[in-house]
Design a protein around this ligand. Structure first.
Ligand code: EPU
Length: 447
C-alpha cells in the first residue's frame, strides 16, 4: 500500500503537526503513528506504574467494604475499562491524576458481562475477589486473543479446591460457595491470572491456603502488598509458594498503596534506546524486576548502569550483537518483551533464535517486520532472525499491544517513514508513548 504521508508533514519545525495527538485525519483514514526513523534517542524519561499490577489491584479492592486508593497509576484505556466493570458491579471509581480511588462499600451485582470482559481479559480477575466478598460470581469467559488460546482451567481447578462450585455454560463461568475453605493447590504452570484469582479468593477462606508453583511476578507481590494493607494475611508472594491465612471479611478495610513501576514500559524504552544507538536515563525503574532483560541487553552490547534510588542509564554505541532468547515465567525473559527484542534482533549482527514458550501465537509482528525488510523465519515456537543492516520504513499494522511497541521501535530505527496503525492495542498499555519518544528527540507523532 502506498504511504499516505508527505515528507513535508514531518518537518520538525511544524510543531502543530508534531504535538497534536488528535490532529485531523483525512476522511476515512484511521489514526496512525508516523515516525521518521534514524534519530538516536537521547535524554530522560519517567516510567509509569505497571498496567498488569494496577488492573488486578483494582479488582482486589472489591474484597473490602471500604475505600481503597492506588497511586502511581497510568492513564490507559484498560484502566478505564476496568473502572467501568467495577462501576457495573456497584463500586464507585474515580480516576484522578496518577491515582484511582475505589469505593467498594456497596457491591450490587456479581456478574461481569461479556461486553466488558471481552474488551479486557484482565477483568476475569474479578472472579476471585467477588467470591471472597460475596461467595458468588458470574464472569464471562474471556475467550482467546491474537496471541493465544489463553485457557482458564487452572483458575477453575484452584477455586474448586477452595470449595467453590464452578459451572461453565452459555459463555459464562459461574462460581458459588456456601463457604470457602483453605487448601493446598498446585498449579501445573505458574499462571499469573490463576495465582491472582486463587490468592484473592483465599483471603477470606477459612484456614490456610498454600499455592504451590505460583507465578513469582512482581505484580503478584504488589497485589499481596495491597491485600495485606487491607488486613489480609499473605506470605511468600514473589516466590513459588504463597501462603494465605484466611481472615474474616468484616476485618478487611480500605488501604492506600503505590503501584510498582511498569517493567514492560521500562524494557520498551531500554530497547528503543538500543535500536537507535542512543543514551537514555530512565527514572522510576526497579532493576530487580528486569534482571533477565538487562542480562540479554548487556549480551547484545548495551551499557546499563543503575543510579539510586530508581534510575537506570542505557547507552548503546555500536551495532548490536545477535543473541538467543527464550521467554519464560518470571524471573525468566518476559513474553511481553518478546516482540520488542525481535526488532533488535532484526538489526543485530548475526543470527538470533528466539523461542516463545508462554503463548502459542505471539509472532504476528514477524510478518509486519518482514514488510520493513527483516529476515525472520518462524519454525514452530521459534523465530530465526538474521540481522540486516537497516530496516526500511513501511506502513505496518499492530496485532497486539506489545507488537505495536515492537513496530514503533522498528520505525524509530528504520530508514524513512513508518506508519503504525491499529493503535487501539497500543493505548491499552502505554500512556503517551509517542510523546515520551518525542521528548527523547524522536520524530514521531500521531495523526
Ligand atoms: N494458562 C493455562 N491455563 C490457565 C491459565 C493460563 O493454560 O488456567 C496458560 C495461558 O493460556 C498462557 C500461559 O498459561 O499460555 C500464561 O498465562 P497467564 O495466566 O500467566 O497470563 P495472564 O494472567 O492471562 C498476564 C499478563 C500478560 C502476560 C502474562 C504472562 C495481565 C493483564 N496480563 O496474563 O500481559 O503476557 O501474564 O506474563 O496481567 C500484556 O501486558 O501485553 C500481556 C499480554
Amino acid at each position: 500500500m502506498q504511504s499516505k504521508t508527505n515528507m513535508s508533514d514531518l518537518n520538525p519545525t511544524d510543531t502543530s503537526e508534531q504535538i497534536d495527538p488528535n490532529g485531523a485525519n483525512p476522511p476515512g483514514e484511521e489514526p496512525r503513528i508516523i515516525i521518521r526513523g534514524g534519530k538516536p534517542l537521547n535524554g530522560e524519561v519517567r516510567i509509569h506504574g505497571a498496567k498488569n499490577a494496577v488492573l488486578k489491584m483494582m479488582a482486589g479492592a472489591l474484597i473490602a467494604k471500604d475505600v481503597t486508593v492506588l497511586k502511581n497509576v497510568p492513564n490507559l484505556t484498560d484502566l478505564h475499562t476496568m473502572a467501568a466493570l467495577l462501576r457495573h458491579l456497584g463500586a464507585k471509581v474515580e480516576i484522578g491524576d496518577g491515582e484511582v480511588t475505589i469505593d467498594a462499600t456497596n457491591i450490587t451485582d456479581t456478574e461481569a458481562p461479556y461486553e466488558l470482559v471481552t474488551r479486557l481479559r484482565a477483568s476475569f480477575c474479578v472472579l476471585g475477589p467477588l467470591l471472597a466478598r460475596c461467595l458468588e460470581a458470574k464472569v464471562s469467559l474471556p475467550g482467546g486473543c491474537a496471541i493465544g488460546e489463553r485457557k482458564i482451567d487452572l483458575h477453575e481447578r484452584g477455586l474448586k479446591q477452595l470449595g467453590a462450585e464452578i459451572k461453565v455454560e452459555h459463555g459464562y463461568v459461574t462460581a458459588t460457595a456456601k463457604k470457602l475453605t483453605g487448601a493446598r493447590i498446585y498449579l501445573d504452570r505458574p499462571s499469573n491470572g490463576a495465582t491472582e484469582n486463587i490468592m484473592l479468593a483465599a483471603v477470606t477462606a477459612e484456614g490456610t491456603t498454600i499455592i504451590e508453583n505460583a507465578a513469582q511476578d512482581p505484580e503478584i507481590q504488589n497485589i499481596a502488598q495491597l491485600v495485606n494493607a487491607m488486613g489480609g494475611k499473605i506470605e511468600g508472594a514473589g516466590t513459588y509458594q504463597i501462603t494465605i491465612e484466611g481472615v474474616r471479611q468484616e476485618d478487611l478495610h480500605g488501604a492506600v498503596v503505590d503501584t510498582i513501576p511498569d517493567r514492560v514500559e521500562a524494557g520498551t524504552f531500554l530497547m528503543a534506546c538500543m535500536a537507535t544507538t542512543g543514551e537514555v536515563m530512565m527514572h522510576g525503574v526497579n532493576a530487580q524486576h528486569l534482571y533477565s532483560v538487562i542480562s540479554k541487553c548487556n549480551e547484545m552490547g548495551a551499557e546499563i548502569s543503575m543510579f539510586a534510588p530508581d534510575s537506570m542509564r542505557v547507552r548503546m554505541h555500536e551495532r548490536m550483537k545477535a543473541v538467543d532468547a527464550t521467554t519464560l515465567p518470571f524471573p525468566g525473559f518476559p513474553t511481553d518483551l518478546q516482540a520488542p527484542i525481535t526488532t533488535l534482533m532484526c538489526i543485530a549482527e548475526g543470527t538470533s533464535i528466539l523461542t516463545e514458550t508462554i503463548y502459542e501465537n505471539r509472532f504476528m509482528h514477524a510478518a509486519e517486520l518482514r514488510r520493513m525488510g527483516a529476515d525472520i523465519s518462524i519454525k514452530g515456537n521459534a523465530a530465526v532472525v538474521k540481522g540486516v543492516q537497516r530496516l526500511s520504513g513501511a506502513e505496518v499494522k499492530s496485532s497486539d499491544l506489545r507488537a505495536a511497541a515492537a513496530l514503533i521501535i522498528a520505525g524509530l530505527c528504520a530508514e524513512g517513514v513508518t506508519e503504525v496503525t491499529e493503535l487501539k492495542h497500543l493505548d491499552r498499555g502505554y500512556e503517551n508513548l509517542e510523546a515520551k519518544f518525542r521528548g527523547l528527540g524522536a520524530d514521531i507523532y500521531r495523526r
